[in-house]
Design a binder for this molecule. Sequence first.
Ligand code: PRX
Length: 631
Amino acid sequence: MSKEQLDHLLKKELVIPPPEEFVKNANVKDYEAEYKRFLENPEKFWEEVAQQLIWFKKWEKVLEWNYPYAKWFVGGKTNITVNALDRHVKGDKRNKVAFFWEDELGNEKVVTYGELYRLVNKLANALKRAGIKKGDRVVIYMPLVIEQVAAMLACARIGAIHSVVYAGFSASALRHRIEDAEAKMVITADVTIRRGRAIPLKQIVDQAILDLPTVEKVVVLRRLRPLVDLIGEKEVDFYSFIENEPDYCEPEEMDAEDPLFILYTSGSTGKPKGVLHTTGGYMVGTYYSVKTVFDLKEDDVYWCTADPGWITGHSYIVYGPLVAGATQVIAEGAPNYPDFGRWWRIVEKYGVNIFYTAPTAIRMFMRAGEEWPNKYDLSSLRLLGSVGEPINPEAWLWYYRVIGKERCPIVDTWWQTETGAVMITTIDGLPMKPGKAGKPVPGVIADVVDKEGNPVEPEKGGFLVIKFPWPSMMRTIWKNPQRYEQYWNTIPNCYTAGDVAVKDKDGYIMILGRADDVINVSGHRIGTMEVESALVSHPAVAEAAVIGKPDPVKGEAIKAFVILKAGVEPSDKLVEDLKYHVKMELGALAVPSEIEFVEKLPKTRSGKIMRRVLKARELGIDPGDLSTLED
Ligand code: PRX
């Protein structure tokens, strides 16, 4: 497509019909009919999905809705690992590949469902022997390796609540999460390898747990030689830990509403919040979406490029696809190392059919040029997905043309850590509109409303809300129910997602971005206040304000405005020091790409920093109402 053609397409509204061949074979062929089936009887709709899975005891009631607290599959008992593993191993999938794993150098490992089952069971037994019981918290701080997935499943097997922390977070960010969850154990590895460099995770854990009384044991996957030292009784080697354990561990009987995991995410305060998901509803919700949104079929090879450190990896690597019995690809390391061909080489090598990634990666590949993907045979691809931030039409069209060869539908999936599963997209059979995520998936009632909860007219902006509970919704914020209730109290009678959106005349929803002080950098949520607190904890800084600024690859980049303490002189070295400091406090993904030293920050009369004013000034746009500005 020439640039002129592209410009033309972008100016008028572009509607791309789903490929006929795809719709003919899709698991859900008629979106409207499926949605209608849900609206007619939501409980029956979800019950029919739940019935496809194994329960030790059937639920008595599908939904108990006590605003804003929902219980799904009330009284039902199950264990998600029985559905993710035993169901397949005892069925016909014992030797089916669960994961093709590889690293940046193409070293590979192939793990069948049978092998994964044994690993998980052994580890589950070892956890029990180490005194981990149902309800205890285990923090997992690992690279994208099979053992990371196994660690999550082993916790689920015995009813321990895992909290996975992405291995890019710093020691102090990790410490905060371990402390808040009061974790008894940390499972980690010596290193993760990215761009050919070994990042010492074990050292970061050592720092993070210094004097934390709750942590009784640290299990370390040792990958490199010479082996990293383990000290005392507290630290144990991953494989010695499981070595003599039996191959079978009786799955803990979990109530549908027993917690499965906590996952921390950023909000508009200084500290990340622990989103809590439970067992039954989460299992049913993620399973359903893998079958419908991703149209998973028995023989598919499915690749979600996320890390289990994020919700995308929880729902669409570990739980949804395994419960559905998928064969998956996972790849540790950077997408473009050793070169920009890496991902496309992997697609060709394993014959990937379903590919799910983030707009930031697509834009990065777009910049690198289509000669990279064009070197490889991508003809196995049949469906493409996008998640994490709005995908701009240019990137959408590039993805559609260069990667999907105009044969593959794209599902632009809107959802959140809190929602657990995909909420808005174009499921099978719906025409696609580049840049607009689509319509609520069956099972979800979403809308765009004003502050009072009244639907706004088509094409007018408003707040994105969800109006009816859904099985995979978070159940609370760990140790902070008020914070949970806020989601449902901000706008009457609905869940406020925190995003601003526009609905078009056909009911398609376009997500514009966050309505709160959260920045979306490469699809990762960063709280402005978290970065500000990190900056202010540096001895040279008196005050700081942080905004998100449009960035052609990352979506948004972080810009910080800093007032220095009296007597401190601005310098380039200080800029570097402050960036390093934020990296140590929070992790590399939260480092501002720009720091500007200022004398003053715009504030309200009550002393709150008006980030909106800073942003408007930075972008040269209208700052809006300034009546509360101090001066
Ligand atoms: O702002 C929305 C954006 O990411 C936020 C959720 O972030 P997180 O909880 O980290 O989960 C990301 C992966 C599910 C949302 O509030 N977001 C996510 N997907 C999209 C999106 N924005 C636009 N389009 C999407 N497809």
